[in-house]
Design a protein around this ligand. Sequence first.
Ligand SMILES: Cc1cc2nc3c(=O)[nH]c(=O)nc-3n(C[C@H](O)[C@H](O)[C@H](O)COP(=O)(O)OP(=O)(O)OC[C@H]3O[C@@H](n4cnc5c(N)ncnc54)[C@H](O)[C@@H]3O)c2cc1C
Length: 180
Amino acid sequence: MLTLAGILDDHPPTDPDGFLAFARSLRFPDIYQAVRVAEPLDDPVGFRFPASVRHRYERLPRFPDGFLVTGDAVCSFNPIYGQGMTVAALEALTLRRHLERGIEPRPRRWFRDLARVVDVPWDMSAGGDLAFPGVQGRRTPRSGWPTPTWPGCMPPPRATPASPPRSSASPGWWRHPSRC
Ligand SMILES: Cc1cc2nc3c(=O)[nH]c(=O)nc-3n(C[C@H](O)[C@H](O)[C@H](O)COP(=O)(O)OP(=O)(O)OC[C@H]3O[C@@H](n4cnc5c(N)ncnc54)[C@H](O)[C@@H]3O)c2cc1C
């Protein structure tokens, strides 16, 4: 299976020729070389991810007893970073720790512990996306930190913000390399 990703209206086409042309336009020819003579089993299928979303339940002053929230319902990451399942698994381990106390998990403590699980992957994922000027979202000193560490073709921040809507975002090495 081959996944191609773009950001901010730079999306891979879903017609077979356009998809192949997008693969061909990548900075490194390996992927195109691998698929250009291969026989597709199916047509490309598009998927758009509008925005990463984090709900700050830990900041609520009150929360009903008997309910907990976890997984994507707390924080939904841009799938291109491949973090959602790992974070959900770490949250499951957190839930086990809470249940081992033998009492009903307390929402305040639960959401506080969950925030600690989510903090780092959120900074990496949302922070990486925010390095693109066209991505909407609040910039903080922390949100820019991944930029210098991404390898390859991360484009430098542009002086003039682009204007597209919030969009599926991907790290620079997946971005259309002709513009990296
Ligand atoms: C295209 C794509 C690619 C991804 N790739 C990766 C990846 O490579 N690596 C990675 O770690 N993560 C990846 N993710 C993210 C990952 O899939 C999610 O973070 C993870 O599945 C979240 O788990 P969850 O249990 O919170 O939610 P889900 O897995 O969405 O589970 C929620 C379940 O609740 C059910 N449900 C919803 N409403 C109701 C209702 N009213 N009543 C009963 N049941 C209901 C749904 O049917 C679903 O089965 C990807 C996500 C997408 C969209």
